[in-house]
Design a protein around this ligand. Structure first.
Ligand code: HEC
Ligand SMILES: [Cu+2]
Length: 402
């Protein structure tokens, strides 16, 4: 019963699959346990009601019963049975449900809590229990790292419209509602990378609002969290491409109207504290771009030539790569903000490469690289156990007209 089905959610070619009925998750086992009773009861009721229906229809057919039907008022015994039996069934299911809720709902003393923020069209995952040495909560964009073999309490909300968190391998689905905080537990026994998706139609790039869940065994998780807590973005060497990229990241290019990246993105250990876009603190460690728009799941990830091309295209004009992306263009082309067309500022190709070079340095230390040797579960490539090339979900868009 390992996996009841696999769904290829979008696009063609190889891509990580969403699988459901994954019994490595205690949440799913609990739901399956409850479902067995609910389904068995439904089958019994269906058979009993069908039998009663056919029995009476047959027994009291008009051609068999020419006399006038017996005239009487009520049948106390039958009415009592018809009330008591459903009440008992409903009570039984209610007790089962309350039992499951008690098991699955988070409790205060749980150690791992992750805050989930959904926005058009990306995710931030932060660790409210772990304050970074450099200030702020440890946060990762679009990739959620969690420990295995224990309930993880998620608290979900939205920064704009309603989104939905759905990573069926680790448990239940929840809506992300603006202004509301919802908490629930997820878990898995298996260390692996899982696919997550947004399940509420939330705008133009709803289908491109994906994320990865990376479940690590306790020791590796502890290493990750400790490194993430201690992390400060590296300071680029003076005069290097990375140093030029850092300047542009922090200040943009006022002469051409190119907005500072730091206005919208946070990088832990720098003054960049923007919140309008995904956290970029560990961008160099991540292997997805644009909330799963593209995946670079090779060990050399951002250093690979095609990955470089994608990153370049993304910075240059992300709304052309990802419809509806709320990141500005940097090639002077127009993009839409709140229904209005706005002209982006300009960074030259060299400047974009410098910024990209800076982004590639934003890496956790090697031992905290959560992708390293973590199997990709449900990969449509045969190599399920290898963190080798996985997917290209879209090709770099060199951009139509400019
Ligand atoms: C006005 C706010 C804004 C500015 C300025 C901005 N971005 Fe973004 N950025 C976003 C948003 C919003 C997203 C998420 C888009 C999406 O996936 O739908 C994003 C996504 C990204 C991503 C992808 C992150 C991931 O995990 O997939 C990268 C990389 C990035 N931005 C780099 C930059 C760089 C470099 C600059 C400066 C040259 C910059 N951004 C300027 C808002 C901004
Ligand atoms: Cu969404």
């Amino acid at each position: 019963m390992a996996s009841l089905g696999a769904t290829l959610l979008s696009g063609c070619g190889s891509q990580q699959l969403v699988t459901f009925g994954d019994m490595a998750s205690g949440f799913n086992r609990e739901v399956a346990f409850m479902s067995i009773f609910a389904i068995a009861l439904s089958v019994i009721i269906f058979v009993a009601v069908s039998y009663a229906l056919f029995f009476t229809v047959n027994k009291f057919r008009e051609d068999k019963n020419t006399d006038a039907p017996a005239q009487f008022h009520g049948n106390n015994r039958l009415e009592l049975i018809l009330v008591v039996v459903p009440v008992v069934i409903v009570m039984f299911l209610a007790v089962l449900t309350v039992r499951s809720m008690a098991i699955l709902n988070p409790v205060a003393e749980q150690t791992t809590k992750i805050d989930v923020l959904g926005r058009q069209f990306w995710w931030n995952f932060s660790y409210p229990e772990t304050k970074a040495d450099a200030g702020g909560d440890v946060t990762n964009g679009n990739e959620m790292v969690m420990p295995t073999k224990q309930p993880v309490a998620l608290t979900i909300t939205s920064g704009d419209v309603i989104h939905g968190f759905w990573a069926p391998n680790i448990g239940g689905q929840r809506a992300a509602m603006p202004g509301a905080l919802k908490t629930w537990n997820v878990d898995t026994d298996r260390a692996a990378v899982y696919q997550g998706n947004c399940t509420q139609l939330c705008g133009g790039s709803h289908a491109n609002m994906r994320y990865k869940v990376v479940a690590l065994d306790q020791e590796r998780y502890t290493t990750f969290l400790a490194a993430a807590k201690a992390y400060r973005a590296p300071e680029p060497a003076e005069g290097s491409a990375e140093a030029r990229g850092y300047e542009l990241f922090m200040k943009g290019n006022p002469a051409t109207g190119a907005l500072a990246c730091a206005a919208c993105h946070r990088v832990q250990g720098t003054t960049a504290a923007g919140a309008a876009g995904p956290d970029l603190s560990f961008f160099g460690t991540r292997r997805t771009l644009g909330a799963g728009m593209w995946e670079a799941m090779t060990p050399e990830h951002w250093e690979a030539p095609d990955a470089k091309a994608h990153l370049h295209a993304w910075i240059k004009h992300s709304p052309k790569v990802k419809p509806g992306s709320l990141m500005p263009t940097y090639d002077g082309s127009e993009y839409e903000v709140n229904g209005k067309l706005v002209k982006g500022g300009v960074l030259t190709d060299e400047q974009i490469d410098d910024v990209a070079a800076y982004l590639r340095t934003l890496k956790l230390p090697e031992e905290a690289d959560y992708w390293n040797n973590t199997p990709v579960y449900g990969s449509s490539d045969a190599a399920e156990n290898a963190p080798t090339p996985l997917a290209k979900t879209s090709s770099p868009t060199p951009g139509g007209k400019q």
